[in-house]
Write a protein that binds this ligand. Structure first.
Ligand code: PMP
Length: 401
């Protein structure tokens, strides 16, 4: 069989399983109001939680940096790609997260790859929550495969008794990985309990706060500070810049020794081009806005409250539909079957609302869902309109599961 013949069979199987994924090209966007395929949509699947991706001050900072520094960084950080803009962003992130240092990465996926593969040594194991983001899972698998006597164990979602069972199987120095806010369920990890178990078993806790940084905690500093924990409890803190910050990139924050270790040993840091300086400049402007201006988080919280109140009202008379208990911007509506998720999402698109359709393998089989993400930029009208369309779509598809 030719390679294409082989691939076509593989793609056909994916399509038959209703798991085929398709991209949509966005033609114009302020993140909330978008045009795609010639039609206007209200976007309920972007991670621009605070609505900063189009902020005039952020755009001005990017333009000014482009005028000064041009486009690309031209090299990796350890060659000549590390500019004053990167340096400034690292300082701002370290100060906000109350850690001695921060280190920039080009994406969150790479930051997770870097922190797990860069920190793990022979004989050290990794234990992770079963619902951790794919990048933490991939990182743990890769790291453990390349070390001798290292194993990757997983514990039931946020289940501290199961975490303890797994920790008992490993020796001291285990790396414990968790999302701060779980990307598909929207719930917050039990960080104080995680930190206490890590202390008891002399393990090191790393938190991926992609969805918490900017949204939670004092000045948007994230879920770790929101839980009242410090660098001693959570020595490795990772955040991304493509979500609440509305930009691009990611960082790890922690001690001097942690950051120097990553610079020396983390291949996804060493062997890749640094972010464009203007991207760093945009991130600096955006982080300053979210740090100094609580109104973005207040607006987001108001929208979360409004969305959940509407859910109670609309879902009361519907069976087989469950909104997971989330207090964050990520609101998952579990429908179970992939087919129904695609049908409801299709109805919503026709009504002008774009929500995420999340299916296995991203989430466990039988828990296919609509993933609705809220932004400070949504208005009451947007949320009312979404719920009216959603209630209608759920009723229409109720008997066609
Ligand atoms: N961690 C989590 C929890 C995420 O949700 C994401 C993004 N989907 C990432 C890491 C990866 O971040 P990035 O998009 O910057 O690669």
């Amino acid at each position: 069989m030719t390679l294409d013949g082989h691939l076509q069979a593989r793609l056909a199987a994916r399509e038959a399983a209703l798991l085929y994924r398709q991209r949509v090209t966005v033609e114009s966007s302020n993140q909330v109001d978008q045009v795609a395929a010639g039609n206007p949509f209200v976007n309920f699947c972007s991670n621009d939680y605070l609505g900063l991706a189009n902020h005039p001050q952020v755009k001005a900072a990017i333009k000014a940096a482009v005028d000064e520094a041009g486009f690309g960084s031209g090299a990796s950080h350890l060659v000549s790609g590390h500019s004053l803009w990167h340096h400034k962003l690292e300082l701002v992130l370290a100060r906000l997260t109350q850690r001695p240092r921060a280190l920039l990465f080009s994406t969150g996926y790479m930051a997770n790859m870097a922190l797990v593969t860069g920190l793990l040594e022979n004989g050290q194991s990794v234990v992770g929550d079963k619902l951790n983001h794919a990048s933490l899972v991939d990182a743990a698998q890769l790291a453990c495969a390349n070390k001798s006597k290292s194993s990757f164990l997983r514990y039931k979602h946020s289940d501290m008794a199961d975490l303890e069972r797994q920790l008992k199987k490993t020796s001291a120095g285990t790396l414990v990985l968790t999302d701060g806010v779980f990307s598909m369920d929207g719930d917050i990890a039990p960080l104080p309990a995680l930190a206490a178990l890590c202390r008891k078993y002399k393990s090191y806790l790393a938190v991926d706060d992609a969805h918490g940084f900017g949204c939670l905690g004092p000045n948007g500093a994230g879920s770790v500070l929101a839980a009242g924990l410090s660098v001693g409890d959570v020595p490795v803190y990772m955040g991304t810049l493509g979500k609440a910050v509305g930009g691009f990139g990611a960082f790890v924050a922690g001690s001097e020794a942690l950051i120097e270790t990553l610079i020396q040993f983390a291949r996804p840091y060493i062997y890749t081009t640094a972010l464009p300086p203007a991207v760093a400049a945009g991130n600096v402007a955006s982080v300053a806005l979210l740090r100094d201006e609580p109104s973005y988080r207040v607006r987001l919280q108001e929208n979360i409250t409004l969305f959940k109140a509407q859910a109670k009202h609309h879902l009361a008379s519907l069976e087989g539909v469950k909104l997971l208990p989330s207090d964050t911007a990520i609101q998952p509506l579990i429908l179970g079957a992939e087919k129904r998720v695609m049908q409801v999402a299709g109805h919503l698109l026709q009504a002008g609302y774009w929500v995420g359709s999340i299916r296995p393998p991203t989430v466990p089989v039988g828990t296919a869902r609509l993933r609705i993400t809220l932004s400070a930029k949504h208005t009451q009208q947007h949320i009312d309109g979404l719920w009216l369309a959603l209630a209608e779509a759920l009723k229409v598809t109720e008997y066609d599961r």
